[in-house]
Design a protein around this ligand. Structure first.
Ligand SMILES: [Zn+2]
Length: 83
């Protein structure tokens, strides 16, 4: 029905080319995957909802963003717990 989508959320103010819409469309960012050393964001076309791109945020970037007292993390040595 007449569901007006007037949600001005925190759109990353970026447009990416969408193959389906055949034009540059505003995208919304979605957290796709969390890895130990990085997070992967998916960019979804606001027009058709398909994925038009991805972005990786590495742990380094996050650390810079947090900018807490940085302790040098020792490289983890894999200790085999199994006998
Ligand atoms: Zn689209």
């Amino acid at each position: 029905m007449g569901n007006m989508q007037q949600q001005f959320e925190n759109l990353t103010a970026s447009s990416l080319y969408c193959d389906k819409c055949k034009t540059a469309m505003p995208v919304r960012e979605r957290l796709l995957l969390i890895l130990p050393d990085k997070e992967i964001f998916d960019y979804l076309c606001t027009g058709c909802g398909s994925s038009v791109g991805q972005r990786e945020v590495t742990a380094g970037e996050k650390l810079m963003a947090q900018s807490t007292a940085r302790r040098p993390r020792r490289a983890r040595v894999a200790h085999p717990l199994l006998p």
